[in-house]
Design a protein around this ligand. Structure first.
Ligand SMILES: Nc1ncnc2c1ncn2[C@@H]1O[C@H](COP(=O)(O)OP(=O)(O)OP(=O)(O)O)[C@@H](O)[C@H]1O
Length: 484
């Protein structure tokens, strides 16, 4: 299938320019929204620039995290929970499928799915696909964590609903950033590889189309602002002809100023029989409120996330006087036990850089992951770490959530996670430490604590009702006894 940023001979040069621009996905100097564009430290560890904002904590950027997750994902995320379904009409039968054949898809689409290596529908797809492909079309709100197969599901729905004989936009998908739109577009391209007459086009910033151009591509993927512009100001898309409307990453979308209102304006202009689908990785109240405003009469599908727990994790703390002291304690622990791979969390970029330099000077293989890197650079660092090229990953909160490195057995809180009120940040603690004890494995966690921070640690201990034992960093016998 063809993928064009925009069609028409007159646009060939522009098209090529954009294609080469986007083939690099994120230009090193074109960071994502919210990521400060400061000097990028060299991946080899030469940290020659100290910026004023090094003392700041890295802000978690939802769109950047979502993109990072997509870039580093290796496979489908499985869940042991059951899919919960809330039907618009509870009396209608509820179908689920165990194979893609049962969906009676077009031959070329089935070929595309198998070419992607999918053997059977994922858990959420088992329930969502029959609803999404039903006649008459049904609206759907679906929530499940990143990596469970939502994108593949709605791409399949869009591709199966396109009428190839009609050369105008029929499916419209809104995404929060242009990088995320491109990722979805890539899935359309891969899955639609054998659907030779289906074309996709990106309504994203930078993709300029001359006035009067007739848009003949059937699938449009774009960000709300540009889509709004194309629909209302430039009249490139006739919303009354859209059959499938997808709002992806609703949780990220509502986090961006103006996107909810823009999406609602677009949705209001769709025909009443247009199928409306909304997806989110999380479901806070704000996402619900938005989803219910924008999707009329929906079926709802939810797949709960595996709970993180501290049960399999032995937690220790070491009392220290200052940063140097913390580092010394860390070295003693490092020297005393056999460490597979470790992640060390610091609260500020400055501390993370300092620690990286110290460890490198002492001959350790470490890498640094912090928020001033582009998402692409972060993905490459995580990949190297996963491949075992470095044993230690030093990071700030930018890596606290969602990133699985299965072989990590040790997590070190070089600084305790605290919120702006200087209270313990319990959720971040759980996300940092909880990653080691996954898949029934045992993990180890060490907290390096200045004496005045001890009350915070005690609060964490009480909050999780789990014991955090004190460790004497000078007592090598005790350290060596720690087994995992
Ligand atoms: N049925 C399937 N069988 C095998 N792999 C699948 C299946 N469906 C999706 N995948 C793969 O699993 C990964 C996650 O799928 P997908 O991107 O659709 O999930 P998602 O829930 O949309 O996550 P995100 O919102 O982060 O993209 C992708 O690599 C995708 O190719």
């Amino acid at each position: 299938m063809a993928s064009l940023l925009w069609g028409g001979d007159a646009g060939a040069a522009e098209n090529e320019r954009l294609n080469s621009h986007f083939s690099n996905l994120i230009h090193p100097r074109q960071n994502l929204r919210g990521i400060k564009s400061t000097t990028v430290p060299n991946i080899d560890g030469s940290l020659n620039n100290t910026e004023e904002d090094d003392d700041e904590e890295d802000v978690v950027d939802l769109a950047a995290n979502s993109l990072l997750n997509k870039l580093i994902r290796q496979s489908l995320i499985e869940s042991s929970h059951r899919v919960e379904v809330l039907q618009k009409d509870p009396s209608s039968p509820l179908y689920s499928v165990k194979t893609f054949e049962e969906l009676r898809l077009k031959e070329e689409l089935l070929k595309g799915i198998y070419a992607m290596g999918f053997n059977r529908p994922s858990k959420i797809q088992e329930m969502a696909l029959p609803m999404m492909l039903a006649h008459p079309p049904q609206n759907l709100i679906a929530q499940s964590q990143s990596g469970t197969g939502k994108t593949a599901a709605f791409v399949l729905a869009m591709l199966s609903r396109v009428n190839v004989l009609e050369l105008f936009p029929q499916c419209l998908c809104l995404a929060p950033t242009y990088e995320l739109a491109l990722q979805t577009g890539r899935v359309v391209e891969r899955m639609g590889k054998f659907c030779v007459d289906v074309e996709v086009m990106y309504a994203i910033r930078g993709n300029r189309i001359p006035r009067g151009t007739e848009v003949t591509k059937q699938i449009i993927i774009g960000t709300p602002g540009t889509v709004l512009d194309w629909c209302f100001k430039r009249k490139l898309i006739d919303l009354t002809k859209i059959r499938v409307f997808v709002l992806d990453e609703a949780d990220v979308m509502i986090d961006t100023q103006g996107f909810s209102d823009q999406s609602i304006r677009i949705q209001r202009a769709l025909p009443s029989d247009c199928q409306m689908l909304l997806f989110s990785a999380t479901f806070e109240d704000s996402v619900w409120q938005f989803a219910e405003r924008i999707i009329p009469d929906p079926n709802v599908i939810k797949l709960r996330k595996e709970e993180l727990t501290l049960n399999n994790i032995r937690q220790y703390y070491v009392l220290c006087e200052n940063r140097k002291d913390k580092y010394q304690a860390l070295c003693n622990i490092y020297g005393g036990i056999t460490i597979g791979q470790a992640i060390i969390f610091c609260q500020t970029r400055r501390n993370a850089k300092w620690l990286t330099v110290e460890m490198m000077q002492d001959g350790h293989q470490v890498s640094l992951l912090s928020g001033e890197l582009t998402v692409e650079q972060r993905a490459s660092i995580i990949q190297r770490f996963r491949d075992g090229k470095e044993k230690v990953l030093i990071t700030t909160n930018v890596c606290a959530r969602g990133i699985d490195v299965k072989q990590v057995t040790i997590v070190v809180n070089f600084d305790l996670p605290v919120n702006q009120a200087e209270e313990p940040d319990y959720e971040t603690y759980l996300h940092r430490i909880g990653r080691t004890g996954r898949f029934g494995k045992k993990g180890l966690a060490f907290n390096m604590i200045e004496v005045d921070k001890l009350p915070l640690l005690m609060k964490i201990q009480d909050h999780f009702n789990s014991s955090i034992k004190q460790l004497d960093p000078e007592d090598m016998d005790e350290i060596e006894k720690i087994e995992y």
